[in-house]
Design a protein. Sequence first.
Lengths: 319, 102
Amino acid sequence: MEHIYDTVILGGGPAGYSAALYCARGGLDTLIIEKISPGGQMALTGDIDNYPGFDEGVDGFTLGMKMQKGAERFGAATEYAEVTSVSLSEGIKKVETSQGTFFAKTVIIATGAKPRRLGLDHEDELTGRGVHYCAHCDGRFYKDKTVAVVGGGNSAVQDSLYLSRLAKKVYVIHRRDTLRGERIHHEPLMRAENVEFIWNSTVSLLDFEKRLTAVTVKNKISNEERKIELDGLFVSIGREPESALFADELSLDENGYIIADETTKTSLEGVFAAGDVRTKRLRQVVTAAADGAVSAHLAEEYIQGLTSDLSLPQITPAI
Amino acid sequence: MAVIKLTSKNFDIITSGDRTVLLDFYADWCGPCRMVSPIVDEISEEHPEYVVAKVNVDEEPELSAEFDVASIPTLVVIKNGKITAQSAGARPKAQILALLEG
């Protein structure tokens, strides 16, 4: 007889390990399946200043390790494996992975999101060879070189500002005619002498030999095309959810997010979606962690057969 | 087998011998590198048939340039002195093993 967990949690970011902490502390037999390492997207960023309790900030990798330890303290186990397919519609859920098949009464999906790609030809093979998605990681390879940032939101603005301090020249390519996001970051970027804005434009072509050499940029209003020679292109056009594995069984919105409200309940009984992968207004470490707690509570209720149909359940902390 | 800290001075280690080599280009401050690092350590422990080495890109800019590394972590597989795979970004263990076996 195969072992059946109370809860299998997919993804070891803040939502996953918060769910694991609450599940394990509540006495559920809990397994987290994580692809690479704890932390998720949080581990890919630098310092996190907006997660409460760290008065001097905390680096995302360290916070991820702490969250893992916190959950493991109460008996949650981590399996490092890549999920290849899931079967969630039946009473006993099945999760197939690179390390074998796992069964559970409930599944909490906390797979998060990843950087959105431009969707251009040769983008994959040029990744790491001039096309980048993490300015914080790869920016310093472009000291005194020419780079471009694609995007105009908060992340793109921060990436551009960071790169403007390293690179010789930074183009900011944005499909609108103004920057979005928090204005506090706009002014230093506008003032930087080595930054040139290319408004109303998108990248239409990647030129390369062994690595990226230039991009073609198309103005959406005039339809004019312009070739820009550069050494590196940093793509910062938002994120997309890691939800492809669930598209057959769960309801997703038009952007691929799993449809679930603050209860984290999905369109299937016993299946919950926590953190960045679900439809929500604010995607932050703190809101992901909150989702994890809610999903654990509802998973526990479901297992006990006490699931109520109230859209806003009474949530009592498990003290 | 212990992971080798590769520098321009002990570079010969990876060019001599006929064992397959896994290189991990990393930096201490890089989150995805810290995610991959323990996986690389595990592979080194579990697969003595491979030579596993790490290159600190801050300390070894020449080696990084030689391998055209512009993204970290970058994993490089060398067989018989030739690069057979070069992959940027954090990868699950199964994928790294597939690079080595491929």
